[in-house]
Design a protein around this ligand. Structure first.
Ligand SMILES: [Zn+2]
Length: 72
């Protein structure tokens, strides 16, 4: 059974490395420059991600209220 891998651009040398999914969120070593970096599947900051999630949840909440309100 082949191991699931994802490609991650190394923040040190900028080249793509294939990282096994079980290393997600852990420190990995780049196969090109041997630099250590954290293997995350996002390129942006986590703060931006949570902000987007908050916005999505707010939108869902608004839709929920409208759906349950017969006036709309
Ligand atoms: Zn590298």
């Amino acid at each position: 059974m082949p191991q699931l891998k994802f490609s991650k651009t190394c923040p040190i040398c900028g080249r793509k490395s294939l990282i096994p999914v079980y290393c997600l969120g852990k420190k990995v070593t780049c196969g090109h420059c041997h630099g250590d970096f954290r293997a995350t599947d996002t390129t942006g900051s986590s703060e931006q991600g949570s902000e987007l999630m908050d916005r999505a949840e707010a939108l869902l909440a608004t839709n929920g209220i409208r759906r349950h309100n017969p006036a709309f």
